[in-house]
Design a protein. Structure first.
Length: 295
């Protein structure tokens, strides 16, 4: 649960196969909706980026159905157990190290999903046509424009306030209402995090350009499936680790530590009633995960 208040992974090739994991982390209603319409929802989401042609549609739908079935059968019970451990942690004082440890556990599960989906992703990448790469590039441009409108406008104070409001929306979902004194402490923890949306924008664009470059390379060189899979695996790894990490190491490290400290602050200032509220939220997720896995 701590990880949900932390900055989500940005759109990347790995995210194409991680959608169901993110659905789980979006809330119970989204979990049920995502699995009730899993193949349709995931196909629709992917199609918005790729614009599948008539030849691709049948086997992409088949691969998605198989992926959803595998994910439900093998992953949801494990997620329920992880959520149960987080639920237990709510009873104690939490440190930033605890939050980062939970993030590391989520990262392990991300890696499992990526590796499982790699064969299907490879086939898809090797089938991409030039007009689909162009469609993907336009989609990226549209997403970037939305990002600029939300994150690259206003003064530093405006951006701090915007970020804080997003934090409070998540915090209130989990814990309910906060007092003015609690909100002030959360605001201080939020503002203590590094703020440089221009770096995040550069990271987005670098990630997008690397994806386009990779798809163009696969299209031009026609590598073996093994070689293409290695390209995708490296891309997914670099995406999670941040393409521009070498250039902005201190920023990314401080951001991760600041987010972990903020989450720990939110949990530690919560009253017993607020912790109970969060525990009930988690219990609902756990029950939904196990119910869906049993189907």
């Amino acid at each position: 649960m701590q990880n949900l208040i932390m900055r989500p992974l940005h759109t990347r090739l790995a995210r194409l196969t991680l959608l169901l994991l993110f659905v789980l982390l979006a809330g119970c209603s989204a979990l049920r909706l995502g699995y009730a319409n899993g193949d349709t929802f995931l196909y629709w989401w992917l199609d918005g980026y790729v614009d599948f042609n008539d030849d691709q549609k049948p086997w992409v739908k088949r691969d998605i159905e198989q992926f959803v079935a595998w994910h439900r059968r093998t992953q949801l019970e494990d997620y329920a157990q992880l959520l149960g451990r987080v639920q237990q942690r709510l009873r104690t004082r939490v440190s930033a190290a605890d939050v980062l440890a939970d993030y590391a556990e989520v990262r392990k599960r991300v890696d499992v999903v990526v590796e499982k989906s790699l064969p299907q992703l490879t086939v898809l990448a090797m089938s991409i046509e030039p007009e689909q790469i162009a469609h993907l590039e336009r989609k990226f441009a549209s997403n970037n424009e939305s990002y600029r409108k939300d994150y690259l406008r206003g003064s530093v104070e405006d951006r701090q306030r915007f970020r804080f409001k997003k934090v409070m929306k998540q915090a209130e979902y989990w814990f309910g209402n906060f007092s003015d004194e609690q909100e002030a402490k959360i605001r201080a923890a939020s503002d203590a995090r590094p703020l440089d949306n221009e770096i995040w924008m550069a990271e987005r664009q670098r990630r997008q350009q690397e994806m386009l470059k990779m798809l163009h390379r696969i299209r031009a060189e026609r590598p073996s499936r093994v070689a293409a899979a290695a390209m995708l695996r490296e891309y997914a790894r670099a995406s999670v680790d941040n393409f521009t990490y070498a250039e902005h190491r201190a920023f990314f490290d401080d951001t991760r530590e600041g987010m972990a400290q903020m989450v720990a602050t939110i949990i530690n200032i919560a009253t017993p009633e607020q912790r109970d509220h969060a525990s009930r939220r988690l219990q609902k997720w756990i029950e939904d995960s196990r119910e869906l896995a049993a189907r």
